[in-house]
Design a protein around this ligand. Sequence first.
Ligand code: IMP
Ligand code: MG
Length: 182
Amino acid sequence: MQTDIERVVITEQALASRVASLAGEIAGGFPDREDGITIVAVLSGSIIFLADLMRCLPMKMRMDVVSVSSYPGATTQSTEARLVADRDLQVSGRDVLIVDDILDTGKTLRLVQHEVARRGARSVRTAVLLRKPSKAPSDVSADFVGFDIEDRFVVGYGLDYNGHYRNLRYIGLLKPELYGAT
Ligand code: IMP
Ligand code: MG
């Protein structure tokens, strides 16, 4: 697996330290209410970030997940985003923090933000580990951003290419000849 990686973009140490500081920013942005916050995590790319971030957050919280399909198979181009699992999403009256791995074209976050608002959340904010600022549209924003990166398809720390590489401890670039291969 490691031999498929061309270059490390964000090291394991840099991820750990930024996730901890991001948690500090998030904690400062939410009043410590008795009912706490509700995290809505977007599967599957956010899971490693989510697990690390949650454990750095000091306030009471609940957690739920949604699944959005936009990357079919071996492609680095997103298609129309579709909510796949939203049956029991309970956010009515809650302060919600949506957590996703990356803000790319914004289709995924736009969809989830609308859905959470439609279900009556009291407030909706968003945290992403990565953002590709060159692509992010003006109508979709993240309140908390770990790192801005260039517009290249990255893998690791939860992010996949065709289902692989989520278990890498760092964020990296694949060797170019591997994109498009299945
Ligand atoms: P968007 O809807 O285009 O903003 O894309 C968001 C989703 O696409 C993210 O939740 C990721 O799962 C996936 N994605 C976007 N860019 C990358 C990337 O560089 N590597 C891996 N997955 C990505
Ligand atoms: Mg995703």
